[in-house]
Design a protein around this ligand. Structure first.
Ligand code: NAI
Length: 338
């Protein structure tokens, strides 16, 4: 029996993400939590004749912790797209003041009610909210770094799409699976076009086009924020990306020999194979996004070797990312430790 809970299920990301999860045959119970509108979303989804049952949980007041507890109890996987999205002119870091406490309180609920769940953090700023969740779980003595994932998958999705748009006659977006490492905001996002099958296409671009492509991946979210003109940020492509990571984690739970690899923003804890090596290569940062091998326990191995195979230009991008990430991570850690 697999139970998945979405916290923030009535939101722009939460609704399409819940729809995709509702369709996954590996999920038996879909639990929806939000502070508004979730009974309607739950009733609507519950009519779909798929494999899973649906429940919705709405707190009766700010003080009511029962609804969250009930939604989380027994969850194997919890996905958090709760919080506020960006408006034009805002950076992800501008969201910190509101989203930090939302994510902290949800993490406290996870510590108390689903301490063994895989936890996927979508709420921005991911570079800080993931450390917030890690610190909250640590405070409660239930932190398992193999089970905490910062969702950066949308950056990979964009990197695949944007390079294929440069070669519309020869390629499709699905031909690529670009590794995007670092973090999830602006210059902390480092797409590695020089690794794998994208290299030959990337190398053919002019220097100017290469720069523009990297910039587009780093700031692709702004295109959506601008086009939505005050009505939020990416929701549908994000729901797809969040679902893709969740699907891979569920697949890896029962995979028989097939290697499942995804990039995720993770805690580089010594207990994870390859994490200590990775940490040395990223100036001792505690959190970083890298490709990881997934298995029944979550993150089984960090594929750090990719850091030894990148181009000189990508190394420069990495330097910038590392500098910025350090502040983002400390901000999240300090928020819980203060
Ligand atoms: P939204 O405003 O449409 O939905 C957020 C939902 O969270 C709302 O339904 C709201 O009621 C709910 N919520 C607020 N406080 C809550 C709490 N304490 N407990 C449970 N639910 C709560 O926003 P949207 O567009 O769905 O974005 C959600 C988050 O995802 C934002 O922080 C946004 O920046 C982030 N995001 C992350 C991306 C990524 O690549 N990781 C990409 C796009 C957005």
């Amino acid at each position: 029996m697999v139970k998945v809970t979405v916290c923030g299920a009535a939101g722009g990301i939460g609704q399409p993400l819940s729809l995709l999860l509702k369709l996954n045959p590996k999920i038996d119970e879909l639990s929806l939590f939000d502070v508004v509108n979730v009974p309607g979303v739950g009733a609507d989804l519950s009519h779909i004749c798929s494999n899973s049952s649906t429940s919705s949980h709405l707190p009766s007041s700010r003080e009511d912790k029962t609804a969250l507890a009930e939604s989380l109890k027994g969850s194997d996987l919890v996905i958090i797209p709760a919080g506020v999205p960006r408006k034009p002119g805002m950076t992800r870091d501008d969201l910190f003041n509101i989203n930090a406490s939302i994510v902290r309180d949800l993490a406290q609920g996870i510590a108390e009610n689903a301490p063994k769940a895989f936890v996927l953090i979508i709420s921005n700023p991911v570079n800080s909210t993931v450390p917030i969740v890690a610190e909250t779980l640590k405070k409660n003595g239930v932190f398992n770094p193999q089970r905490l994932f910062g969702v950066t998958t949308l950056d990979i999705v964009r990197a695949n799409t944007f390079i294929s748009q440069k070669y519309p006659k020869e390629t499709k977006a699905t031909d690529f699976n670009i590794n995007v490492i670092g973090g999830h905001s602006g210059e902390t996002i480092v797409p590695l076009y020089s690794v794998g099958n994208s290299k030959s296409y990337y190398d053919k671009l002019s220097e100017e086009d290469k720069k523009a492509l990297i910039h587009r991946v780093q700031f692709g979210g702004d295109e959506v924020v601008k086009a939505k003109d005050g009505a939020g940020s990416a929701t549908l492509s994000m729901a797809y990306a969040g679902y893709k990571l969740a699907e891979s984690i569920l697949k890896a739970l029962t995979s028989k020999g097939e290697e499942v690899v995804e990039c995720t923003f993770l805690n580089l804890d010594d207990s994870i194979k390859g994490a200590a090596e990775a940490k040395k290569l990223v100036k001792d940062l505690d959190f970083f996004s890298l490709p990881v091998r997934l298995g029944p326990n979550g993150i089984e191995e960090v594929k750090y070797d990719i850091l030894n195979n990148i181009s000189a230009d990508e190394k420069k991008l990495l330097e910038v990312a590392i500098d910025q990430l350090s502040g983002n991570i400390s901000k999240g850690v300090a928020f819980i430790k203060k």
